[in-house]
Design a binder for this molecule. Structure first.
Ligand SMILES: Cc1ncc(COP(=O)(O)O)c(C=O)c1O
Length: 377
């Protein structure tokens, strides 16, 4: 049975999204900057899409900038603010996505002072307020973690930043359409979103920039996207992204949650397993389980042989043999971090697939533990 449980890496594009995009490849293919009717047709689609995305997060359409990926949105937000300010202190956490961590490391090389906050055993940031300095210019804390699914209290962090006049960026790539996001209520200044995580196409994403927040652009060219992000807009991608946002709904979230809990309960019946991340404040579709005495890569390959697609960590780190920085940060010893599998569900996941995954995981674990050189005591 083909069972795709790697939806935190990327998702299937919804057929309604494909349908919405199609005319913008074949008929309405104008450049949104052109003055003729083809151009104005494209421009209209661009602005309608911008509004749909803005509405979802309680923003104004003028506060949405389209970019190519969540990675680009993170880079533009963090580097854009840092470059404008010139110097200062930045606060982030040790469990951010590499799009944030590597950007911060690069800024450190350029003289910025960066604090990487520790997290507790469930993945919540610690000592945030204590880490603020008189020269703190920016805080970047993700809404939901891509590996362990923990959902941070972004509103609390946002309020503290706002009261101290510090710019607050949140990577909302994993939480978008799964958790409620209200940029005003949450006091967010900048937020990153990506289409391919929510059944939209790849290669399109958005950065929310609160009215009045200034940043330095990273690319130079024409006057697209308020001159912040030049380059001809990807209209089919933008239309598809907006359609994906429009059709996302709470019923799907509830249904996915129920399947998530069924899978968690089934997997935790296997001896010597643990769930990573918070039990309650976690993404509706995330399950991160550590299986003792087995090795994640072998599990992944055996499960793949049975048609089940999972991940051992984030897609970016799954190529390397280093244990995941997120799992190490929540205090897992290396050998347990190495035996960790992330199952991530979607609205297309079925009850049958959940049952098949529980049964198959049990069989794979038993088989691997029989041949494992690391024996149970
Ligand atoms: C939390 C988080 N931020 C950023 C990204 C990067 O997004 P994109 O794949 O659109 O570059 C990802 C992708 O895995 C993610 O999970």
């Amino acid at each position: 049975m083909k069972t795709y449980l790697d939806n935190a890496a990327t998702t299937k594009v919804d057929s309604e999204v494909v349908k919405a995009m199609k005319p913008y490849f074949e008929e309405k293919y104008g450049n949104a900057s052109s003055l003729h009717s083809f151009g104005s047709e494209a421009k209209k689609a661009l602005e309608e899409s911008r509004k749909k995305i803005a509405d979802k997060i309680n923003a104004d359409p003028s506060e949405i900038i389209f970019v190519s990926s969540g990675t680009e949105a993170d880079n533009l937000a963090i580097t854009g603010i840092a470059k404008l300010k010139g110097k200062g202190h930045i606060i982030t956490s040790k469990i951010e996505h590499p799009a944030v961590l590597e950007t911060c490391k690069e800024l450190e090389k350029n003289g910025f002072d960066v604090t990487y906050l520790n997290v507790d055993k469930d993945g919540f940031v610690k000592d945030f307020e204590k880490s603020i300095k008189s020269n703190t210019i920016l805080v970047s804390i993700m809404h939901a973690n891509n590996e362990i699914g923990t959902v941070q209290d972004i509103e609390k962090i946002g309020k503290i930043c706002r009261s101290k006049n510090i710019i607050f960026h949140s990577d909302c790539v994993q939480s978008f359409t799964k958790e409620k996001i209200d940029v005003k209520k949450m006091s967010i200044d900048l937020a990153s979103f990506s289409s391919h995580k929510i059944h939209g196409p790849k290669g399109i994403a958005a950065l929310y920039i609160k009215e009045g927040i200034k940043l330095k652009k990273l690319m130079f060219g024409g006057h697209h996207e308020k001159s912040i992000r030049p380059g001809t807009e990807n209209i089919p991608g933008i239309v598809g992204f907006a359609k994906a946002v429009q059709i996302a709904n709470e019923n799907d979230v509830e249904r996915i949650k129920q399947m998530r809990d069924k899978l968690i309960n089934g997997l935790l019946k296997i001896p010597d397993t643990r769930l990573n991340g918070d039990k309650e404040k976690r993404l509706c579709n995330n399950i991160s389980i550590s299986f003792r005495y087995v090795e994640g890569e072998s599990m992944l390959l055996y499960l793949d042989e049975k048609g089940i697609a999972v991940s051992t960590g984030s897609a970016c780190s799954s190529q390397s043999l280093e244990p995941s920085h997120v799992l190490i940060s929540i205090g897992l010893p290396h050998e347990i971090a190495h035996g960790t599998i992330r199952y991530s569900l979607s609205k297309y996941t079925t009850e049958k697939e959940i049952e098949y995954t529980i049964k198959t995981t049990k069989e794979v674990i038993e088989r691997l533990r029989r041949i494992s050189p690391i024996k149970r005591r």
